[in-house]
Design a protein around this ligand. Sequence first.
Ligand code: FES
Length: 165
Amino acid sequence: MSHPPMPDADELACLDELIADLPPQADQLLPFLHRVQERLGHVSPAAMRFAAHAFNLSRADVYGVVTFYGDFREAPVGDTVVQLCMAEACQAVGARALAAHAEQRLGVPLGSSTADGTHHLEAVYCLGNCALGPSIRVKDAVHGRVSPSRFDTLLELRAIDRSRS
Ligand code: FES
Protein backbone atom coordinates (compact mmCIF):
# COMPACT_ATOMS: atom_id res chain seq x y z
CA MET A 1 0.00 0.00 0.00
CA SER A 2 1.55 3.32 -1.03
CA HIS A 3 1.73 6.21 1.40
CA PRO A 4 -0.32 9.32 0.68
CA PRO A 5 1.75 12.47 0.17
CA MET A 6 2.71 14.74 3.04
CA PRO A 7 0.87 18.08 3.08
CA ASP A 8 2.82 20.80 1.29
CA ALA A 9 4.00 23.81 3.31
CA ASP A 10 0.83 25.88 2.75
CA GLU A 11 -1.52 23.02 3.51
CA LEU A 12 0.51 22.05 6.56
CA ALA A 13 0.35 25.60 7.94
CA CYS A 14 -3.42 25.59 7.43
CA LEU A 15 -3.87 22.17 9.06
CA ASP A 16 -1.70 23.22 12.01
CA GLU A 17 -3.90 26.27 12.47
CA LEU A 18 -7.14 24.28 12.24
CA ILE A 19 -6.02 21.72 14.79
CA ALA A 20 -4.36 24.11 17.22
CA ASP A 21 -7.16 24.27 19.80
CA LEU A 22 -8.32 20.64 19.51
CA PRO A 23 -7.17 18.05 22.03
CA PRO A 24 -5.39 15.08 20.39
CA GLN A 25 -8.29 12.69 20.97
CA ALA A 26 -10.06 10.47 18.46
CA ASP A 27 -13.41 12.16 19.15
CA GLN A 28 -11.98 15.38 17.75
CA LEU A 29 -11.51 13.85 14.30
CA LEU A 30 -14.95 14.86 12.99
CA PRO A 31 -14.74 18.50 14.13
CA PHE A 32 -11.30 18.70 12.57
CA LEU A 33 -12.45 17.19 9.26
CA HIS A 34 -15.35 19.63 9.11
CA ARG A 35 -12.94 22.52 9.58
CA VAL A 36 -10.68 21.19 6.83
CA GLN A 37 -13.61 20.70 4.47
CA GLU A 38 -14.90 24.20 5.18
CA ARG A 39 -11.53 25.91 4.79
CA LEU A 40 -10.00 23.95 1.92
CA GLY A 41 -13.13 22.67 0.18
CA HIS A 42 -12.02 19.04 0.44
CA VAL A 43 -10.08 16.62 2.63
CA SER A 44 -7.01 15.60 0.69
CA PRO A 45 -5.14 12.31 1.18
CA ALA A 46 -2.36 14.38 2.76
CA ALA A 47 -4.83 15.92 5.23
CA MET A 48 -6.12 12.44 6.09
CA ARG A 49 -2.56 11.33 6.78
CA PHE A 50 -2.05 14.40 8.98
CA ALA A 51 -5.28 13.67 10.88
CA ALA A 52 -4.38 10.02 11.44
CA HIS A 53 -1.07 11.03 12.98
CA ALA A 54 -2.56 13.86 15.04
CA PHE A 55 -5.38 11.78 16.54
CA ASN A 56 -3.43 8.53 16.82
CA LEU A 57 -5.70 6.69 14.40
CA SER A 58 -4.95 4.48 11.43
CA ARG A 59 -5.21 5.98 7.96
CA ALA A 60 -7.95 3.43 7.29
CA ASP A 61 -9.93 4.81 10.25
CA VAL A 62 -9.73 8.34 8.90
CA TYR A 63 -10.47 7.28 5.33
CA GLY A 64 -13.49 5.34 6.59
CA VAL A 65 -14.90 8.45 8.25
CA VAL A 66 -14.25 10.69 5.24
CA THR A 67 -15.92 8.27 2.84
CA PHE A 68 -18.83 7.47 5.19
CA TYR A 69 -20.12 11.03 5.42
CA GLY A 70 -21.42 12.54 2.20
CA ASP A 71 -20.35 16.02 3.31
CA PHE A 72 -16.67 15.30 2.88
CA ARG A 73 -14.94 15.42 -0.49
CA GLU A 74 -11.63 13.80 -1.27
CA ALA A 75 -10.80 16.12 -4.16
CA PRO A 76 -11.57 19.74 -5.04
CA VAL A 77 -14.80 20.47 -6.91
CA GLY A 78 -16.26 23.57 -8.55
CA ASP A 79 -16.44 26.66 -6.36
CA THR A 80 -20.22 26.85 -5.94
CA VAL A 81 -21.69 23.50 -4.98
CA VAL A 82 -25.28 23.15 -6.20
CA GLN A 83 -27.13 20.23 -4.66
CA LEU A 84 -30.44 19.07 -6.07
CA CYS A 85 -32.69 16.95 -3.92
CA MET A 86 -33.69 13.83 -5.82
CA ALA A 87 -35.51 12.13 -2.94
CA GLU A 88 -39.11 10.99 -3.29
CA ALA A 89 -41.02 14.06 -2.09
CA CYS A 90 -39.06 16.37 -4.37
CA GLN A 91 -39.29 13.97 -7.29
CA ALA A 92 -43.08 14.04 -6.90
CA VAL A 93 -43.08 17.78 -7.54
CA GLY A 94 -40.66 18.07 -10.43
CA ALA A 95 -37.11 17.36 -9.24
CA ARG A 96 -36.29 15.32 -12.36
CA ALA A 97 -37.28 18.12 -14.71
CA LEU A 98 -35.36 20.59 -12.57
CA ALA A 99 -32.29 18.35 -12.68
CA ALA A 100 -32.53 18.15 -16.47
CA HIS A 101 -32.71 21.94 -16.61
CA ALA A 102 -29.75 22.32 -14.23
CA GLU A 103 -27.63 19.91 -16.28
CA GLN A 104 -28.46 21.79 -19.44
CA ARG A 105 -27.90 25.20 -17.86
CA LEU A 106 -24.50 24.29 -16.43
CA GLY A 107 -23.52 21.98 -19.28
CA VAL A 108 -22.50 19.10 -17.02
CA PRO A 109 -24.23 15.98 -15.72
CA LEU A 110 -25.08 15.54 -12.05
CA GLY A 111 -21.96 14.64 -10.08
CA SER A 112 -19.66 16.86 -12.15
CA SER A 113 -17.95 20.23 -12.00
CA THR A 114 -18.04 22.75 -14.83
CA ALA A 115 -14.87 23.05 -16.90
CA ASP A 116 -14.28 26.60 -15.66
CA GLY A 117 -14.40 25.42 -12.04
CA THR A 118 -17.21 27.76 -11.05
CA HIS A 119 -19.88 25.16 -10.23
CA HIS A 120 -20.32 21.62 -9.02
CA LEU A 121 -23.70 19.97 -9.57
CA GLU A 122 -24.77 16.97 -7.55
CA ALA A 123 -27.78 14.97 -6.44
CA VAL A 124 -28.54 14.58 -2.75
CA TYR A 125 -31.29 12.66 -1.03
CA CYS A 126 -33.29 15.01 1.17
CA LEU A 127 -32.34 18.47 2.27
CA GLY A 128 -34.91 18.46 5.09
CA ASN A 129 -37.16 20.79 3.13
CA CYS A 130 -39.57 18.17 1.79
CA ALA A 131 -42.79 20.19 2.06
CA LEU A 132 -41.35 22.88 -0.19
CA GLY A 133 -39.90 20.86 -3.04
CA PRO A 134 -38.28 20.81 -5.41
CA SER A 135 -35.47 21.81 -3.08
CA ILE A 136 -31.88 22.73 -3.81
CA ARG A 137 -28.92 23.96 -1.81
CA VAL A 138 -26.58 26.54 -3.27
CA LYS A 139 -23.48 26.68 -1.13
CA ASP A 140 -24.98 26.76 2.39
CA ALA A 141 -28.48 28.05 1.62
CA VAL A 142 -31.46 25.75 1.02
CA HIS A 143 -34.14 27.00 -1.36
CA GLY A 144 -37.62 25.54 -1.88
CA ARG A 145 -40.17 25.52 -4.69
CA VAL A 146 -37.40 25.97 -7.21
CA SER A 147 -38.62 26.27 -10.77
CA PRO A 148 -36.20 26.30 -13.70
CA SER A 149 -36.42 30.09 -13.93
CA ARG A 150 -35.83 30.43 -10.17
CA PHE A 151 -32.85 28.13 -10.52
CA ASP A 152 -31.38 30.48 -13.11
CA THR A 153 -32.05 33.47 -10.86
CA LEU A 154 -30.35 31.81 -7.88
CA LEU A 155 -27.26 31.10 -9.98
CA GLU A 156 -27.19 34.67 -11.21
CA LEU A 157 -27.45 36.00 -7.65
CA ARG A 158 -24.65 33.68 -6.60
CA ALA A 159 -22.51 34.94 -9.49
CA ILE A 160 -23.09 38.51 -8.28
CA ASP A 161 -22.10 37.50 -4.73
CA ARG A 162 -18.92 35.88 -6.02
CA SER A 163 -17.97 38.91 -8.07
CA ARG A 164 -18.23 41.08 -4.93
CA SER A 165 -16.13 38.83 -2.71
S1 FES B 1 -37.36 15.05 -0.26
FE1 FES B 1 -36.39 16.82 -1.05
S2 FES B 1 -35.96 17.98 0.70
FE2 FES B 1 -36.72 16.12 1.52
